[in-house]
Design a protein around this ligand. Structure first.
Ligand SMILES: [Zn+2]
Length: 287
């Protein structure tokens, strides 16, 4: 791999999180010649199966395998270069007994999970890493574990004495969290109501939505309007998880184009950042 090439790594918990939160961003940077890699921490085997043609009894035993194939197809559509599966067990939704299953990602010692991600960072050598915020976006234990391990791994990856068997040190220049701004949610609800459509999240108010990011924490906006068709196709590739009534699949094209921005929160930058910004790589040096 040429050392002058910029590299972007996204660390996610389940197969589909990458497309839902930043599929347009991955496609946009892939098109610009940035090398891209998605790390998926769990096998996603406890997720609700929404596809009507996938009966629970026959699908559930194969769900981990199905979701890997779905992710590979989504990433092919987005033109992501690499995918790595850490294959920890899905922990299930917060507050459920599956959180404590012996193979659950939530039960993995943080030091071990961090080491696995350090190895990925030192292998791929990303300039920019993206993961979730401290609430994992919406409180899912696998997302919180992914956040914690990635945060520690970004720091540990540059320190030679740590995880000595995980490769040569690598210094990530910027770390971001995915974000869904509160103002964007409110604009979505207003747009739907004005068009006589059902609001995408029902009647719930912004105060009831725990996945929203405070507007003042949103630092970075990526315009993905040129790749929204591919993001839609990638959402559809996650057939077991995303049904045809998903908001971005039901919106008319003209409405969808008004919501083509993806948002991020800058968590760490080695250089002083100029905010707000519209490029994850602003201020980043390739070599
Ligand atoms: Zn998830």
């Amino acid at each position: 791999m040429a050392d002058s090439q910029l590299r972007l790594m996204a660390v996610h918990a389940h197969e589909d999180d990458e497309t839902i939160t930043m599929g347009g961003t991955l496609a946009t940077y892939a098109d610009r010649g940035v090398r891209t890699c998605v790390v998926c921490c769990t096998d996603g085997k406890l997720a609700t199966i929404v596809a009507p043609d996938m009966p629970e009894e026959t699908t559930r035993p194969r769900l981990a395998e199905i979701r890997e194939a779905e992710l590979r197809e989504a990433l092919r559509i987005l033109k992501v270069d690499e995918v790595e599966f850490l294959r920890y067990g899905d922990s299930g939704m917060a507050g459920t007994p599956t959180n404590f299953l012996p193979d659950a990602f939530w039960m993995v010692p943080i030091d071990e999970a961090t080491g696995r991600i350090v190895a990925q960072i030192r292998r791929f050598r990303p300039h920019v890493v993206v993961t979730y915020d401290g609430n994992g976006g919406y409180g899912h234990p696998d997302h919180i574990q992914t956040h914690r391990a990635t945060l520690l791994a970004v720091e540990a990856a540059r320190l030679k004495p740590l995880y000595k068997d995980a490769g040569e040190p690598w210094r990530v220049q910027k770390l971001y969290y995915t974000a869904f701004p509160r103002a964007e949610f409110e604009r979505m609800v207003e747009t739907a109501k004005a068009a006589g459509m059902e609001p995408p999240f029902g009647e719930a108010s912004a105060d009831e939505m725990e996945f929203l990011t405070a507007d003042e924490d949103v630092t970075t906006t990526i315009d993905t309007v040129n790749v929204i068709g591919r993001k839609r196709d990638a959402l559809r590739a996650h057939h077991s998880q995303i049904s045809e009534d998903w908001p971005q699949l039901t919106m008319p094209d003209e409405v969808l184009k008004q919501f083509a921005d993806e948002h991020f929160q800058l968590a760490m930058s080695r250089k002083p950042a100029v905010l707000p910004e519209n490029d994850l790589f602003s201020g980043v040096e390739a070599s």
